[in-house]
Design a protein around this ligand. Structure first.
Ligand code: AMP
Ligand code: FE
Ligand code: FE
Ligand code: ZN
Length: 287
């Protein structure tokens, strides 16, 4: 993997600190994701399913039986509430068996169940009878989320595709956007840090906050013990990465990067982020 360009040696290193499996709303099983990452020559991988570490744990069991050059890190992507919005906080490198983490994960599983029932009630009120059972059939061994309701709505012919399901019924501010069940930002950050992990603000530009509000989030996040920010998430523009790098430098945060891979798709990002492209900020991977 080493290329010599004149006297300068440039090493290509691929990492990925944000990925999903069938344990949440991804389409590759944990072992398939590991195989895909190995085939892509990724050197450092974290599996960050929504509100569960089951995908990481299954992947670790699989990988331990037949280890390769890649390093696998524990991960999770917690949903939480802050200032009226739903945010995603990635946890990396935590001890999944730590009591605080275990009780946090239990809290989230219950929250997802209760929220799923509420989403279903609201869809049924619109006449979409059988939403809960239909969505649960899509979940398999994973955790129930809005994408499963979207799949069911598409399959039933109520909407043409997933995007329309979110635009009409499930997306931000729509009837199925139920956020009341998530814990506060400070709480999920404390679960991660108590378990020895690093907390990361996931895709900070996805929330469409003003610059002032994003700064307020970073300050609150740091006050809660958070230390890192995601500067690359899937297909972002160079301008967006540059903006997030400036925020990381200004607030003295570690940086993280990932594809947010959910499925093979011509629109979504492929696995792997080239480390060299991230500049000289201090990365979570250096820990
Ligand atoms: P949940 O965890 O149940 O709140 O579902 C959130 C997940 O739904 C996100 O992580 C995405 O994978 C997916 N999602 C959110 N918005 C959209 C959208 N507009 N179109 C397709 N998928 C989406
Ligand atoms: Fe997702
Ligand atoms: Fe997310
Ligand atoms: Zn994600």
């Amino acid at each position: 993997n080493r290329f010599n360009v004149g006297i300068i040696s440039v090493k290509f290193v691929l990492i990925d600190f944000h990925t999903h499996t069938t344990a949440s709303d991804g389409t590759l099983s944990p072992s398939e994701l590991i195989d895909r990452a190995l085939a892509s020559n990724i050197e450092l991988l974290a599996i960050t399913d929504h509100d569960t570490v089951a995908g990481y744990q299954a992947a670790a069991t699989y990988y331990n039986l037949n280890p390769g050059q890649m390093r696998l890190l524990s991960g999770v992507e917690f949903s939480c509430r802050w200032s009226g919005a739903t945010l995603h906080i990635v946890g990396l490198g935590m001890d999944c068996d730590h009591p605080t983490m275990k009780s946090g994960l239990r809290t989230m599983a219950l929250a997802r169940e209760a929220r799923g029932e509420k989403i279903a009630d609201r869809l049924e009120a619109l006449g979409y009878v059988g939403a809960l059972r239909g969505a649960l059939e899509k979940v398999g061994s994973g955790q129930l989320g809005r994408p499963h309701f979207a799949q069911w709505l598409v399959e039933q012919g109520h909407v043409a595709d997933t995007r329309r399901a979110f635009d009409r019924y499930l997306g931000r501010g729509k009837t199925g956007d139920v956020k009341t069940f998530w814990p506060d930002l400070a709480e999920v950050v404390s679960w991660i840090t108590n378990a020895g992990g690093v907390a990361v603000i996931a895709h900070p530009l996805q929330y469409r906050f003003t610059r002032t509000k994003l700064c307020r989030l970073i300050v609150d996040f740091k006050d809660s013990g958070g230390t890192a920010i995601e500067i690359v998430n899937g297909r972002q523009s160079g301008d967006q990465v540059a903006q997030l790098k400036r925020a990381a430098a200004q607030y003295n945060l570690l940086v993280s990067a990932g594809s947010d891979f959910h499925r093979e798709s011509p629109y979504g990002a492929q696995l792997g982020v080239e480390l060299r492209a991230l500049g000289d900020l201090q990365g979570v991977w250096e820990h």
